[in-house]
Design a binder for this molecule. Structure first.
Ligand SMILES: Nc1nc2c(ncn2[C@@H]2O[C@H](COP(=O)(O)OP(=O)(O)OP(=O)(O)O)[C@@H](O)[C@H]2O)c(=O)[nH]1
Ligand SMILES: [Mg+2]
Length: 233
């Protein structure tokens, strides 16, 4: 009887693949809440660089901040819009591994601005856009980048266009971040992205983000890092 040939194929050993880009790329290693403000004299003192996050109420801003900082309870997430009503400052530390011997650490403030376009109870919330949000954007000399969040499912809302136009007129360095990308299928995603690119033209392309899946996190951290390194637009 013919003997069955022994399988001599050697399977490659299991390797623990390291996701180098994330491990070695810049990432946030610590974040803590430090202050809330509605007036200039309540802003934290010092000359720490600030990166702000702004968007329509319920766009997913608090979720994105928690995902970006890998810190679940950092910013309050809610099912009902209009939760964030003050300017909230978070003290953040980012780390970047340069080589085996060298790493860089950056210290900055993440600024969570109240959502605009929500007025359930009265008009004050709607007017907040023109009062203390505008005050902050116009008066903070340390603001180096403003991330404007656009809901991926609603790529061209008039209220977002209004915000974008105002920010452009004020020469605010902008990064468009498209939220809730997990809620879109491939077809919707590419269609809505091209609408967003057309309606919100910026130097840097929009970053697609899902706080649920944490996708887009590395890209956004890299973008922030470029700004921290002094590459102001
Ligand atoms: N599927 C999915 N849901 C999300 C995502 N981001 C936020 N959400 C949901 O959207 C809702 C609003 O999210 P928040 O992060 O509270 O939004 P916000 O912009 O901070 O809202 P306000 O502070 O109330 O103006 C919540 O129910 C979140 O769970 C996401 O990336 N994917
Ligand atoms: Mg919020």
């Amino acid at each position: 009887m013919m003997k069955r040939k022994k399988n001599t194929k050697i399977w490659p050993k299991k390797t623990n693949y390291v996701r180098k880009t994330y491990e070695n790329g810049p990432r946030i290693i610590a974040a803590k809440y430090i202050a809330s403000a509605v007036r200039e004299n309540q802003y934290p003192e010092g000359d720490t660089i600030e990166i702000a996050f702004l968007g329509r109420s319920n766009v997913g801003k608090s979720s994105l901040i928690n995902s970006l900082c890998n810190h679940r309870g950092l910013a309050l997430v809610s099912g009902s819009p209009g939760k964030t009503r003050t300017i909230n400052f978070f003290d953040v530390e980012s780390k970047e591994i340069i080589s085996e011997e060298e790493e860089r650490r950056y210290h900055w403030f993440l600024v969570d601005l109240p959502g605009y376009g929500y007025a359930k109870t009265d008009k004050t919330n709607r007017n907040m856009w023109s009062s203390f949000i505008a005050d902050y954007i116009l008066h903070s000399e340390r603001l180096m980048l403003l991330c404007l969040l656009i809901d991926g499912r609603h790529p061209n809302l008039p209220i977002d266009q209004e915000a974008f136009q105002w920010l452009q007129d004020m020469n605010v360095p902008l990064q468009i971040v498209v939220t809730k990308s997990d809620k879109l299928n491939n077809k919707e995603r590419s269609k809505n992205i091209s609408i967003i690119k057309e309606c919100f033209p910026t130097t840097n392309p929009p970053i697609l983000y899902s706080s649920l899946k944490h996708s887009g996190r590395e890209l956004l951290q890299q973008r922030i890092n470029t700004v921290l390194l002094g590459d102001k637009e």
